[in-house]
Design a binder for this molecule. Structure first.
Ligand code: UTP
Length: 289
């Protein structure tokens, strides 16, 4: 087997319009919406770092400057907090920031789809494997999902997507994979398709927003035509890549929250609140339900 290249870089595509969350996303990036007082994008950045990622590439678009600012010092605020000896608040603003030079922002001029957003990072990735994490998919588990995937990658190389079972009538919201060994934790993928109807879906195993990909995907994305929804879909190019390269799905067994939808976002906040103070949450909900 050829030498397995070290996985060091991650792409965070944050260039989408977030239309399911309008009007909140008119001026505010969806990825800055807070779960447990922390923006979604910081949650997945921390997942990537806890998984051993060293370089972080954000694919941004119009109205996304709040993300750049969040990943920077805020000197005025820090000075005021320092003068007031508010150490805890000071730490929350900046002690989690990545080292200078380990973070890059690439502009996706037009939101042409997730595949296009990933392709925009090609010159910054070069000839290395890379991870992709979607900020609106918040994954709650004892071990970070990307770490679980990276541990498998480090031993075997190849390409991976996070997968989980969804209701049959939900397949049209996801990329869906086909495999001969549906019940295993690590499945060899034989094909994948974006947003199939429940009648045509090859399984109910959906791709969730975590990927480890080899750089060969960029040549396929370069030639990709728009797919479902008129967007350049990463699933279409991954489906081509698996013809020539190993592709596996890694099952996620924790809790997943689709924070790109208002109800999924609300559920994520409830789940974190339940972990922080279940008693107070119960009392509060009783007032309404
Ligand atoms: P989504 O399809 O969930 O995000 O893409 P969206 O397009 O912003 O949201 P809706 O469907 O209009 O509500 C998943 C991730 O991929 C990014 C998004 O920002 C999101 O984090 N993305 C999507 C891009 O970076 N560029 C794109 O062209 C499309």
């Amino acid at each position: 087997m050829s030498k397995i290249k070290k996985l060091r870089k991650a792409i965070f595509p944050v260039g989408g319009l977030g239309t399911r969350f309008l009007p909140a996303t008119k001026a505010l990036p969806k990825e800055m919406l807070p779960v447990n007082s922390k923006p979604l994008i910081q949650h997945i950045f921390e997942e990537a770092r806890a998984s051993g990622i060293e370089e972080f590439i954000f694919i941004t678009g119009r109205n996304k400057n709040a993300i750049n600012n969040h990943f920077d010092h805020s000197y005025e605020l820090q000075d005021i907090l320092g003068e007031k000896n508010k150490q805890l608040e000071l730490d929350l603003t900046s002690n989690w920031l990545p080292d200078a030079g380990s973070i890059a922002f690439v502009r996706q001029y037009e939101p042409l789809g997730l595949g296009h957003a990933i392709w925009c990072a090609r010159n910054f990735i070069g000839d290395e494997p890379f991870a992709v994490l979607l900020a609106d998919e918040l994954l709650l588990s004892a071990e970070p999902m990307l770490k679980k995937m990276k541990d498998i990658y480090d031993k075997n190389g190849g390409n991976y997507v996070g997968i989980m079972e969804v209701d049959k009538d939900q397949t049209s919201n996801y990329g869906i994979i086909d495999t001969a060994n549906k019940n295993e934790d690590l499945v060899k993928i034989t094909s994948m398709i974006e947003k199939p109807s429940k009648e045509t879906a090859p399984s109910n195993l959906a791709i969730i927003g975590r990927y480890i990909l080899q750089p060969e995907i960029f040549a396929l994305l370069e030639k990709a035509s728009p797919g479902v929804g008129g967007e350049i879909q990463i699933t279409d190019s991954m489906n081509k890549l698996l013809e020539t390269d190993n592709f596996h799905g890694v099952k996620f067994t924790g809790k997943r929250f689709d924070c790109g939808r208002p109800m999924g976002f609300l559920e994520a906040n409830i789940a974190y609140a339940a972990e922080n103070d279940a008693g107070e949450l119960k009392e509060m909900l009783k007032k309404y339900i």
